[in-house]
Design a protein around this ligand. Sequence first.
Ligand code: CO
Length: 495
Amino acid sequence: MGEHIEKLKNHLKKLAKFESASSLLHWDLEVYMPKKAANKRAEIIGEIAGFTFREFISDKTLQLLENAENEAKTFEEKALIKVTKKEYERYKKIPPELFVEFQIETSKAHQSWQNAKIENKFEIFEPNLEKVIELTKEITDCLGYDENRYDALLDQYEPGLKTSDLHRIIPPLKDFLTNFLDKLSLGNHPNENLLNGTFNIEKQKIFSNKLLKILNFDFDSGRLDVSMHPFTITISHNDIRITTTFDEKDLKNSIFSTIHECGHALYEQGIPEELRELPIGEAASNGIHESQSRFWENIIGRSLEFWKYLYPDFIEIFPQFKDVKLIDFWRSINTVKKSLIRTEADEVTYNLHIMMRFEIEEALVNDKIKVKELPLLWNEKMKEYLGITPQNDSEGVLQDIHWSHGSFGYFPSYMLGNLYASQFYEAMKKDIKNINSLIENGKFNVILNWLREKIHSKGKLFEPKELLKQVTNEPLNPSYFINYIKDKYEKVYML
Ligand code: CO
C-alpha cells in the first residue's frame, strides 16, 4: 500500500473512533440513560458530531485525498477514494453553520414531536417541522440536484437512486397490492385470536435469545438489550448491538423485532475487518441494510419451514400453544390487515404505507403542499391507499419519528429493502437448491454464508444498483416481490 493511501486511511480511522464513542453514548441514551441526562447527552453527542464534521471537511482531508488519488491501484483503494470523495464533496457543500443549525433544530423538533404525540396535537409539532423542512430544503439546494429536490435527499440513503426510479416502480406495485388486498378479503381469514394471551417477559427473553442463537448472531461480537423502539447500532468492529421490545400482550412483537434487528446485525457482523473504520466499511445503503433485516424477519422468519423447525421448542417455552396446529399458527402470524400504523403493518400492506409517505415528502420538499395541510392530507392518503382513516394525529401524521429527525428521503429505503430481499432470495434459490429443507432443519448458516459472500463482505464497495446487478444479474425488478407475495399469501388465505 502506498504511503499516501496509508495516511488517508489513518486519518479516516481516527475520525471513525470518535464516531464509535458517539455511537456508544447514543446506545446508552436509548437503553440505560436516566431521563434528566437527556439535554447534556444531546450536547455531548452534538459536540462530537460537530468536531468530526469539521475534521472531515477540513483541508487536511482534501490534501490527503488528492495525494492518495494518484496512488490508488487496487479496486478497493479506488473505491475508497471514490466513496470518501463523494462524502467529502457532499459535506463540503453544506456550510458548517447550517449543519449545526440543522442538528439543533432537529433535536428541538424531536422533543416537540414527542410532546405533540403524547398530547395528540399536530399544532405543537407544526412550527418545528416547518423549520426542519426549511433547513432541509436549504441543505438540498447546497447539495444540488438535476431535476427534483427529492433526488438530493434520496442519494443520502440510497446512493444512485432517483425520484424518477420510484415513479416508475411504484404505480404498478400499488395497483398489484390494492387488487391483491381485494382478493385476499375473499379468502379464508386466519384466526388471529390464537395469538391472544399473556406472555411472561422472562420467557420471551429466553425465546429471543434462542432465535439469535439459531440464526448465528455472534454473541461474542454483540449483545441484545431492551429499548422502546428496537434498533441496531455498530459501536465498532466486533461490537454490534441490537435491542428488542417486550410486550406482555403481544408475543409477535418481540419475536419479529428480534429477528429483524438480528438481520441488520448479521450484515454488520459480516463486514470484513479490513474495510472497517473506513467509508467503504459500511452497509451499501439503507435499502440494502433493510433487505437483510426484512429477509430474515419475513422471508425466513414468517415462513412455514422456519416454524416447522422451531415450533417444538416454542411450545416448550409457551405451552399454551400445545393444542394449536402449526399451520394455524403460521397462518395467524401472517394475517393481512389494513392498519393505521406502519411499524405494525404486514408484508402485503407495508409498502403502501411507504408509498403515501413518499408522495407526501416529495410534495413537501418541492413546495407543493404546506406543513399545516399535513394532517388532513395524511388522512386523505390513508383513505386512498388503505381505505381507512385515523381517529387522531397520533395514529396518523404524528406516528413516525423520521420527520422530527429531518430524515426526509429515508422511507423509500424500507420499500426497496422489501423488493431487494425478494430479488436476492430468488438468486439464492438458484445457488442453494434445497433451501426449504435447510430452513426446516435449522441450517441457517448455509443461507448466511451466501449472504456473507455476495453482500456483507462487499461493504460499501459498490452502489446498490451495481451490487444488485452483481448478485442477481438484473436491475431492480419488483416482480420478484410480487410473485413472492402472491405465492405465499394465496396459501395463507387458501385461495
Ligand atoms: Co430495519
